[in-house]
Structures are given as C-alpha cells and as structure tokens.
Design a protein around this ligand. Structure first.
Ligand code: SF4
Length: 291
C-alpha cells in the first residue's frame, strides 16, 4: 500500500486535501500543468511558480516547487521581479481570469508589450469563484452571476485577443477537457522565449455554471466536447466566447519577437550587466517549522 502516484513528488502532501469543489476543473488543470512540467525536461530547481488570489491562486501552494502565493492581481509584477533578478529561472504565473485580467489586467498587457520572458497560464471560469461568483472581466454577455442577476451587460475581454494585441508571441486556448493537447501546449509555452500565454476554459459548477443552469462539472465537460472547435492559427480577434456558443481552441499565435532583455542587451552591448549577479551568494538554511 506504499505505492506512490507519479505526480506525488510535485505536490505538497501536507496541503492536501485541497479546497476545490467537487466537479471543479482546477484539479484537471493542475494535472495537465504537472504533466507539462514533468515532460519539459526543465530542471525543477530552475522553475518558479507564482499565483495571485482566487481559487486558481491556490495552485502555487499545492505545488512542491519554489512557489509564491502573492497579493491580488500582482502575480505578474512579482514574477517580473523574479525574472529580471535571475533571468536563468523559468518563471511561470498561474492564476485566474479575475486576478490576471481585472485587477492584474494592466500588468498583463504591459508585460506582454515588453515581452518579458515568462509563461502565463490563465484559468478562465468566467467569474470570481472564491469570493462568491461575482461577474468578472471575461463573463460572457448575458451570463448570470451574483452581481449580474439580469445577465451581464458588459462586453468581456477575449484573453487571446488581448494577449495577441498586446504583443505576446505565443497564445493558445484549450478547455479543461483537452488534457493531452493542453499539456502539450503548456510544454510549448514553457519552452517559448518571451511572454507565452495559455488560457484554459474550466468549469466552476458551484457558482458560474449553477447560476447559468449548465449542470454539473461533468455536464460542462460534455458541453466542451460538443462546442469546442480546434482552429490552429485562428485570428485572435475572432475567437471571442459567447454565452452557449462555440469555443474556438488551439494555438493562435506562435511567432518570434525579441524579449525585453534581448532589447536591453542589444542597446547596451558590453555595458549590459545584471549588478545583482555579482553579489556573493550565500547558502541560507531555512529552519523547519518544528524549530
Ligand atoms: Fe472551482 Fe468554482 Fe469551487 Fe472555485 S468556486 S473551487 S472555481 S467550482
């Protein structure tokens, strides 16, 4: 009975059981993410995961990697600091639509514009789950949430369009049902130089799907099976999600663009240096919780 699950190594057992609701898509998203990490060949000690606040933001706490659970909307600037302080790190942000596209929206577009070398995974369930199912920046027109009981009147952001228009050189979208394609895409994003963005459409059966009478988590996955259409290379301007409409998924953008640090190095040449790289590194022993 001492059999270990192959993913146990990357999970913090002391944080389990997790807080996610039955039927939530976040467990599947985390599984796809761990699969991508395991298959990427990137040494675990070079990886660093940053989350913001919300149901998705819990990912950082569950992963047995160097990870940071930051303040609301500030996962990307925190990750930017990590990346610029130590460009050899593979910095990954994983957070939800409310955290990354609403309060963190400004950081999202400007980091894409600068082409900071990091991967951003946005789990989009169309509402603020953790705080009670309020409408957010990606809630489709007409959808019901606790703050839009008559149906949402605000035009939502389409994450791939926002990312591509802001300059992200890699943009993809999958649903939580497409686990294999999602893992492969996450792997590509991890190896992409520059600001790579993967959106995952995921069920929130406790709140968003319940308010919109879309059934259980399994029912929502079945709806993805019926409504998701793979269109690699689709124009990001034409992949907006409408209530009960088709969900266009695939890899929409995969181009080369100099990163922020490429531009700095090109401009400064030999003068470029990261001053803190000269600092003497000291081994620090972190005391255990028992000490
Ligand atoms: Fe998942 Fe929604 Fe529950 Fe949050 S509230 S854990 S997103 S089902």
């Amino acid at each position: 009975m001492n059999e270990r699950h192959p993913m146990d190594k990357l999970l913090r057992e002391d944080r389990i059981p997790h807080i996610w609701c039955s039927g939530c898509g976040l467990g599947t998203c985390l599984t796809a993410f761990i699969t991508a990490i395991q298959e990427s060949g990137i040494p675990l000690e070079q990886m660093c995961v940053v989350s913001g606040i919300g149901c998705t933001g819990r990912v950082a706490g569950y992963l047995n990697l160097d990870s940071f659970h930051t303040t609301h909307g500030r996962a990307i600037p925190f990750a930017a600091g990590l990346h610029l302080a130590n460009p050899s790190l593979k910095v990954i942000v994983i957070s939800g639509d409310g955290d990354l596209i609403a309060i963190g929206g400004n950081h999202f577009i400007h980091s894409a514009r600068r082409n900071l070398d990091m991967t951003v995974v946005c789990v989009n369930n169309f509402n603020y789950g953790m705080t009670g199912g309020q409408g957010g920046p990606t809630t489709p027109l007409g959808s019901k949430t606790t703050t839009t009981p008559y149906g949402n009147f605000e035009f939502p952001f389409s994450i791939p369009y926002l990312a591509a228009a802001s300059g992200a050189p890699y943009v993809a979208r999958w649903t939580a049902l497409d686990t294999r394609r999602l893992s492969k895409s996450l792997g590509e994003a991890l190896h992409k130089r520059g600001f790579s963005v993967v959106e995952i459409i995921s069920p929130c059966p406790t709140l968003f799907n319940r308010f919109n009478k879309q059934g259980t988590g399994l029912d929502v996955l079945k709806s993805y099976q019926q409504n998701a259409v793979i269109q690699h290379g689709a124009d990001p301007a034409k992949v907006a999600i409408e209530r009960d409409g088709k969900i266009i998924v695939g890899k929409f953008v995969d181009i080369e663009r100099p990163t922020f640090l490429d531009m700095v190095k090109e401009r400064l040449g030999d003068k470029f240096e990261i001053p803190w790289e000269k600092l003497e590194r000291k081994e620090v022993t972190v005391p255990s919780a028992d000490e």
